[in-house]
Design a protein around this ligand. Structure first.
Ligand code: ATP
Ligand code: MG
Length: 476
């Protein structure tokens, strides 16, 4: 009878867990977390060093990485937030292949233009193929194959898929890789006005995405090249190791992203939000306008380094024209559709989150992307009372929807603390025989470093309250 009960309990745990939560029994002794004592010398920036030390990634060749369990968990969380915010803004997910036929790229003229960044492959029938660096051609082909009428517009299709760009200097780990994950969305509209609205929706969805990821990303005017116009922005987060130089008004640091209830169907509201977020000066070195910049009072200027984590771009009919993507308009005539593309690099975002959140002891994850919520630290593995208290807390946390990693190894306390700080989970719940005798456990907040001795019940209350707060603030 008892056995059966246990079985039912386990099953119900499994059933509740979504694909991006871990299995129900996440014990460190059974996990795969190959931490390194020291970062390999080739790692120049802190995110690369910490990702290697925390056993998140392994380099397989220049700019090409395996994602180990801890890294993969963060990557999946970032990906899921990106996905949810794309969906909320009305984009529809597809999945296109990594390998593409050169013929499509010949139609747009980019097969010859793209240069050495494109990895070109020949198959056994001597056909020219390539590993996709981006998907404008393929999505335009999908569109023209199915969509005939303006009534099917607006349409925005996105996917989250690995890309390959044979960068001259892959470096900084997954920050500038050759193989990297990208979310790329593509919008199709009847005319320029529609395309502008589609662009604004993506703009706002980026504000929400980065807000949920706990970072301040500033939209900066970007070069539109031969297309012209004002519809290209890069989203950058400020970090000393960023590859771009950033010039912006300090008011951006205080702007609030719209909340989850924002009505994407209300074009004026969406345009208004974009207006607020583009009113003040913000640009990278590539487009910097010194005269405009000097108009800002000196103490309101922010001149810093930044990491590009997203880029949105309206390119009108650049691909739809040569590739013949058109629809019948309300006037009964053919109209070449207006397009835009919208990229975010989740793999680069993982590194950027670390650049924005770390201290001398390791990573400090934002709650929404942390690989686990809580590190449960058993200070005396094998001590009956301590093991029992940990087991109890572990299942209480799971029942409360928290995602704990239980350090049940027989490592020394110092090593456990160092590991917990290194991997940067928001909370550490520390359980030892001495505290238990006094009826207490210790709860440490990773970001503030604050430690507090509490009863088990009070600690659990604190954690569950935190979880509800995070859920209310960031959704999910
Ligand atoms: P960069 O200027 O950094 O080379 P890009 O302008 O070529 O990037 P986009 O084509 O705008 O990149 O790609 C969209 C997003 O994909 C970028 O904002 C970034 O987040 C990500 N990304 C681009 N190149 C890489 C890379 N080599 N490694 C990791 N992520 C990348
Ligand atoms: Mg870019």
């Amino acid at each position: 009878m008892r056995k059966r009960m246990r079985f039912v309990l386990r099953n119900s745990n499994i059933g509740r867990i979504c694909p991006f939560r871990p299995g129900p029994f996440m014990h460190l002794s059974k996990y795969f977390l190959p931490v390194l004592k020291e970062a390999p010398r080739e790692a120049e920036i802190v995110s690369h060093q910490l990702m290697l030390r925390a056993g998140m990634i392994r380099q397989q060749s220049a700019g090409i990485y395996s994602w180990l369990p801890l890294g993969l968990k963060v990557l999946r969380k970032v990906e899921q937030i990106v996905r949810e915010e794309q969906n909320r803004a009305g984009a529809v997910e597809v999945l296109m292949p990594t390998i593409q036929s050169a013929d499509l790229w010949r139609e747009s003229g980019r097969y010859d233009d793209y240069g050495k960044e494109m990895l070109r492959i020949t198959d056994r029938h001597e056909r020219d193929m390539l590993f996709g660096p981006t998907n404008e051609e393929m999505i335009t082909d999908i569109f023209r194959s199915y969509v005939r009428s303006y009534k099917d517009l607006p349409l925005n299709l996105y996917h989250i898929q690995w890309k390959f760009r044979d960068e001259v200097r892959p470096r900084f780990g997954v920050m500038r890789g050759r193989e990297f994950l990208m979310k790329d969305a593509y919008s199709f509209d009847l005319d320029e006005a529609g395309a502008r609205t589609a662009y604004y929706r993506m703009f706002v969805s980026y504000l929400r995405t980065f807000d949920r990821l706990g970072v301040k990303a500033i939209p900066m005017r970007a070069d539109t090249g031969p297309i012209g116009g004002d519809l290209s922005h890069e989203f950058l987060i400020l970090a000393d190791t960023g590859e771009s130089e950033v010039f912006c008004h300090k008011s951006y640091l205080d702007l609030q992203a719209p909340d989850a209830g924002v009505d994407y169907g209300n074009d004026d509201l969406i345009a208004g939000i974009v207006g607020d977020w583009t009113a003040a000066y913000a640009g990278t070195d590539e487009v910097h306008d010194e005269a405009e910049w000097m108009k800002i009072p000196a103490d309101e200027r922010v001149n810093a380094r930044g990491i590009e984590i997203g880029h949105i771009f309206n390119f009108g009919t650049k691909y739809s024209e040569p590739m013949g993507a058109k629809v019948t308009g309300p006037d009964g005539k053919d109209h070449v559709v207006h397009m835009g593309s919208y990229g975010i690099g989740p793999s680069r975002v993982v590194a950027a989150l670390i650049e924005a959140g770390h201290d001398e002891n390791g990573i400090v994850w934002p709650a929404s992307a942390a690989p686990f919520d809580v590190g449960l630290i058993n200070l005396r593995q094998g001590d009956e009372a301590t093991d029992a208290a940990c087991a109890d807390l572990y299942s209480q946390m799971q029942n409360a929807g928290l995602d704990p990693l239980y350090d049940d190894t027989d490592n020394r306390a110092g090593g456990k603390f160092a590991l917990a700080d290194l991997i940067g989970l928001p909370w550490q719940l520390i359980v030892g025989p001495r505290g238990l005798k006094a009826g207490e456990v210790e709860l440490k907040n990773r970001a503030s470093g604050e430690r507090e001795s509490l009863t088990m019940e009070a600690a659990m209350n604190r954690l569950t309250a935190w979880r509800s707060q995070m859920k209310a603030r960031y959704g999910g």
